[in-house]
Design a binder for this molecule. Structure first.
Ligand code: NAD
Ligand code: UDP
Length: 338
């Protein structure tokens, strides 16, 4: 089966492609390098020893999509391309809505023209509203999103759901990722934020190699075990394996499936910092700062539905995540530019 992966040069896309190829799938990938580098694709090709077709393009370009769907017998699309920086989405909402919604609409339109019937979408835990009890299940309330990025994912989910219901034989899986961290165990591919990282793990990693002076801990007065925010951190290779399980699910299921991909375990900021210090052997300079606006105290998922229906569960520990992130960051202190 040939799978078209959009956003293939990104953090999650590189790990997904590698695992698809390891599992015997053929891959065609595309990316416009808005938030990634050509070197990422070169490294994936070197790791898997396979020169898969790659297109540098904006996936909103319907003519280029037609060219690809004519040239390759694509049976499934994994749509990872998207803008994802929460803070930037607040200052540039139209860029986020245009990019994330139009790319999804153009891809679904092209799939319809070419009779491609299987679709997997990168959604996010940010589609859940802040008032839910923990753990979040796929039936928890969505909407009331905290920022335009979250709304763009919420709206894409609605578009995909409407399209699926309108087109018999089309099937889609919406994967709501929790907090992906870690890197491939080779240390050759990993997360390479283009600016100062927003997320905790790349901030810790860049502080540890001296690229950033210290880590701000956003709040130590939450109602949690140590007062710091709690999240569900999932190793990126476990997350990639979730996509392989979703493809298998699409082989036997029509309609729409929604799955949370996380570990089911909440880890605090201080616990993650301490695990990273253990893994790296380096002390991390940190300061307590004010709470970050819009942050929840605690966010983690139930894993039951993904376990039962996809036969998937995360296997790697927080220590694995820290060891692998550290290997990637130590070997590539400036990411793919090193
Ligand atoms: P990333 O920025 O590393 O990868 C996204 C890739 O998409 C980038 O390489 C970028 O250049 C590309 N891209 C963006 N717009 C494009 C366009 N119009 N045409 C072609 N390429 C385009 O991000 P990631 O962490 O790998 O995330 C992948 C997907 O998963 C995104 O849709 C993101 O919203 C979603 N997601 C990520 C997280 C996370 O914490 N990393 C959490 C939940 C959901
Ligand atoms: N966080 C922090 N310092 C940082 C970045 C994040 O203390 O530099 C905290 C943040 O307040 C939250 C947790 O780390 O409690 C995870 O934040 P991240 O942005 O990685 O994920 P999200 O909040 O989007 O789930």
């Amino acid at each position: 089966m040939t799978i078209f992966v959009t956003g293939g040069a990104g953090y999650i896309g590189t790990h997904v492609i590698l695992q698809l190829i390891e599992q015997g799938y053929d891959v065609v990938a595309a990316d416009n390098f808005a938030n990634s580098k050509p070197e990422a694709i070169a490294r994936v090709k070197a790791l898997c020893g396979y020169d898969f077709p790659f297109y540098e393009m904006d996936v909103r370009d319907c003519n280029r999509l037609s060219d690809i769907f004519t040239a390759h017998h694509i049976e499934c699309v994994i749509h990872l391309a998207g803008l994802k920086a929460v803070g930037e989405s607040i200052s540039k909402p139209l860029e986020y809505y245009t990019n994330n919604l139009d790319s999804t609409i153009e891809i679904l339109s092209a799939m319809k023209r070419y009779g491609i019937r299987k679709f997997i979408f990168s959604s996010s835990a940010t589609v859940y509203s802040g008032e839910n009890d923990m753990p979040l299940t796929e039936d928890s309330h969505t909407g009331s999103c905290a920022n335009p990025y979250g709304w763009s994912k919420f709206m894409c989910e609605q578009i995909i759901s409407d399209f699926t219901h309108a087109n018999n034989g089309f099937s889609a899986v919406l994967l709501r990722y929790f907090n992906p961290i870690g890197a491939h165990e080779s240390g050759k591919i990993g997360e390479d934020p283009q600016d100062i990282p927003n997320n905790l793990m790349p901030f810790i990693a860049q502080t540890t190699v001296g690229r950033l002076p210290f880590l701000n801990i956003y709040g130590n007065d939450y109602n949690t075990s140590d007062g710091t925010g709690v999240r569900d951190y999932i190793h990126v290779t476990d997350l990639a394996a979730g996509h392989v399980s979703a493809i298998k699910h699409l082989d036997t299921h029509d309609g729409i499936g929604i799955y949370n991909l996380g570990t089911g375990v909440g880890v605090s900021v201080l616990e993650l910092v301490s695990a990273f210090e253990d893994a790296s052997g380096v002390g991390i300079k940190k300061k307590i700062a004010a709470r970050r606006p819009g942050d929840l105290a605690i966010c983690y998922t139930s894993t039951t539905k993904a376990k039962i229906e996809l036969g998937w569960e995360a296997k790697k520990s927080i220590r694995d995540c820290c060891i692998d992130t550290w290997r990637w960051q130590k070997n590539n202190p400036h990411g793919y530019e090193t």
